[in-house]
Design a protein around this ligand. Structure first.
Ligand SMILES: [Zn+2]
Length: 313
């Protein structure tokens, strides 16, 4: 039996151990020789010896005793480590990047008849994401170049990032395309401020409304946390562009403390309004008052600008 490389040989033996449900103990594992025995070698004579051929690449099985005399193991095996799992689920994670460790555990058990821990599944998923998307470190290192390219290809756009002056760690990235900023001058003077919490970070957004009342995206800000400082940093970058509108601005948000602080700091000196987003407000209300009837009434009330209209509706 032969394998194309040292790695192929090692992976084959690992797959073989997992499929036959026994453990292996390494005696020798280098680029020239690989030797393994059954991990219950007091009771079992199973072993394999493989070594490289004269081309120093191809591996060949030299010797072995392939009959186990030990008891088969259960569904747990140390051979199914995070590296092995990540190779087996790479395609699945590529198609389902948001998959949960629970789903990975179920899949591995169904396909390979082996139990893996929650954390093995968790680490395996991250390994896959790194293989697919590259590591976080590599991505952060590309941020300055990304900003340059955005500005070069879309003159007039905002693309800027910040770092902690002491640790040099990434703190935020703001992107607003020139086409959006130009279009904003004719959009309605409504500014929606919101944040989306993703894996380990936050994406903040500034949107406006077009003539048809549809959402008109203006700018995004990628950062670690949603707080006073980050909202203020984002609004400070985008405020000069927002101020170009010739009508007083109305901000709509969930009035999270950071947003109120940022708006006050950046627009406190000009005439503006700050209103509560009813969708957020209703979400809180729904917890105490569930049901479709109250939802219908609540939205009617929200859309009425005086008492008479509520009664008519
Ligand atoms: Zn054995």
């Amino acid at each position: 039996m032969e394998w194309g490389s040292f790695t192929e040989c090692r992976e084959y033996l690992r797959d073989y151990g997992i499929s036959k449900r026994f453990g292996m103990r390494k005696i020798m594992n280098n680029k020239v020789r690989q030797e393994y025995v059954c991990d219950d070698d007091d009771n079992c004579g199973w072993f394999v010896k493989c070594s490289s051929m004269s081309d120093n690449v191809t591996f060949r099985l030299k010797k072995g005793e392939f009959k186990h005399t030990c008891q088969p193991r259960g569904l747990e095996t140390a051979l199914a480590n995070r590296k092995w799992v990540s190779h087996k689920i790479l395609g699945y994670v590529r198609d389902n990047p948001d998959c949960k460790p629970k789903a990975i555990r179920r899949r591995v058990k169904r396909k390979y008849k082996v139990n893996i821990s929650y954390w093995t599944a968790w680490h395996a998923r991250w390994r896959c994401l790194e293989m697919i998307l590259g590591s976080f470190e590599d991505s952060y290192a590309k941020v300055p170049e990304l900003c340059e390219q955005i500005k070069k290809d879309n003159p007039g756009s905002i693309a800027t990032f910040s770092r902690d002056s002491r640790t040099k760690q990434f703190t935020g990235l703001c992107v607003a395309y020139n086409a959006s900023l130009e279009g904003y001058k004719d959009a309605r003077p409504m500014i929606g401020l919101d944040a989306f919490h993703s894996n380990g970070g936050v994406i903040m957004s500034v949107t406006s409304l077009d003539g048809h009342g549809g959402l008109f995206p203006l700018a995004v800000y990628f950062t670690r946390l949603e707080c006073k400082e980050t909202w203020n940093a984002f609004l400070e970058i985008i405020a000069p562009s927002l101020r170009l509108h010739d009508k007083p601005l109305t901000f709509i948000s969930d009035k999270q403390k950071g947003i109120e602080y940022g708006v006050q700091r950046q627009f406190g000196d000009v005439n503006h309004f700050h209103r509560l987003c009813f969708r957020h407000h209703y979400k809180n209300m729904k917890m105490k008052h569930p049901g479709p009837e109250i939802e219908k009434l609540a939205w009617k009330a929200a859309k009425s600008y005086n008492e008479l209209i509520i009664i008519k509706q």
